[in-house]
Design a protein around this ligand. Structure first.
Ligand SMILES: *Cc1c(COP(=O)(O)O)cnc(C)c1O
Length: 388
């Protein structure tokens, strides 16, 4: 037996364990101090009423002979795929039902999609980045190149002059919160078409976009159906991080890839539970949309407050507008961990050091809006009072 040696090439991530260790040390030394966590990368608001009711109803159906369901279609029930189709149509994107694949979340599909691609492909990933893109490719033994995201390009890198085969784009971005506009995204689509490359577009945060001019789907860009697979998730938009449901779009224009993905899923995946898919369907109803917007607006209010406070303090940052994330430049030339310690010790605020997301993240810091409104207000008041 020979193991997959590629796993030895993975870098150990100590980011969140080091954060937890430092916070524990601080709280045990300072038990009377209230620590506010603005590093949370998970939603905190509960599922909306429409979703809960739909799931209750589905549970009851499963307990009755006439409406019981066993194995479902691996690519998802028609009722949910039709709901996703209708959702895209509202943004002017027309999809066929068999281009829509229901998944248990974007992370699994982003990793699993690599089954369709040869090892001998050059992968292009922005730095800083959501770590899943890099690690899944390293596990497969694929070479990864980076595009530089930095303050010069406002963390929205343009296509390079060199050739790549598989390109990852996440917009609105985690960790930076930066969002591509249509012109910038068109440059990537043109680059992919010219190089016969594929874009893996992660739109997990599309619901946070409130400007109609900004693309929520890559298919709003002409030509994208010929070069892009899109991954979306109800995790951040509808609070499904623990409930698990997402969807992946593989257009027919991509030729064999659509049938290959169907074959891959029918072989290795047994679909998302019926009860969960009924809950997901409810997200796309008028009532569901209204209710999830309330939660998204709650987070966006927090993000706005953080962004405004940083502006008042003269801190350079991106994000916070069409995203739950705020990405700031550490003041006084501090590096990411120095600023982490400084925030914790002086303001009892916890964030995430940017250096944990790639080398270009050094000197930057991520704050999130997933905390409670009360805590976010209190954290910002502490900062405003003292300044940096
Ligand atoms: C949270 C997140 C996802 C969603 O992952 P799920 O597996 O659907 O929960 C995808 N991409 C990015 C960049 C994320 O931050």
């Amino acid at each position: 037996m020979k193991i997959n040696k590629n796993y030895e090439n993975l870098e150990q991530s100590y980011l969140f364990s080091t954060v937890a260790k430092k916070v524990n040390e601080y709280t045990s030394k300072n038990p009377d101090k209230k620590v506010i966590r603005l590093g949370i990368g998970d939603v905190t608001r509960p599922l909306c009423k429409a979703v809960v009711e739909a799931m209750h109803k589905a549970v009851d159906e499963m307990g009755v002979q006439e409406t019981f369901r066993g194995y479902g279609p691996e690519q998802g029930y028609d009722f949910l795929r039709t709901a996703v189709q209708g959702y895209y149509a509202k943004n002017g994107v027309n999809l066929e039902l068999d281009e829509i694949f229901i998944s248990d979340g974007a992370k699994s599909d982003l990793g699993n999609i690599l089954d369709l691609f040869d090892k001998d492909n050059t992968v292009l990933v922005p730095d800083p980045v959501y770590p899943v893109y890099v690690d899944t490719n390293i596990m497969n033994g694929r070479k990864v190149l980076f595009t530089e995201a930095n303050s010069d390009n406002c963390f929205l890198p343009s296509p390079p002059s060199t050739k790549a085969d598989i390109i990852y784009i996440c917009s609105p971005n985690n960790p930076t919160g930066a969002v591509y506009n249509k012109t910038q995204l068109k440059e990537w689509v043109d680059y992919a078409l010219k190089n016969n490359a594929i874009i893996l577009f992660d739109s997990a945060y599309e619901c946070f976009i409130s400007d109609n001019e900004l693309p929520r789907s890559i298919y709003e860009i002409e030509g994208a159906k010929n070069c892009a697979i899109e991954f979306c998730s109800l995790s951040k938009t509808a609070g499904f991080t623990g409930t698990r449901c997402g969807y992946t779009i593989v257009p027919k224009e991509l030729g064999k890839l659509n049938k290959m993905w169907l074959r891959r899923q029918t072989t290795k995946f047994n679909g998302v539970p019926y009860i969960i898919q009924r809950g997901a369907e409810a997200v796309f109803t008028e009532e569901g949309q209204k209710e999830i917007k309330e939660n998204i607006n709650y987070y966006k209010e927090n993000a706005k407050l953080i962004s405004e406070t940083l502006k008042e303090c003269g801190i350079w940052h991106v994000g916070g507008k069409h995203s739950p994330y705020i990405w700031l430049k550490c003041p006084n030339e501090m590096n990411s961990w120095e600023f982490f310690d400084y925030l914790l010790e002086n303001f009892q605020i916890v964030g995430t050091p940017g250096s944990g997301f790639g080398k270009n993240g050094e000197g930057y810091f991520r704050l999130t809006s997933f905390g409670s409104k009360e805590n976010t207000i209190e954290a910002m008041e502490r900062i405003k009072k003292a300044g940096f």
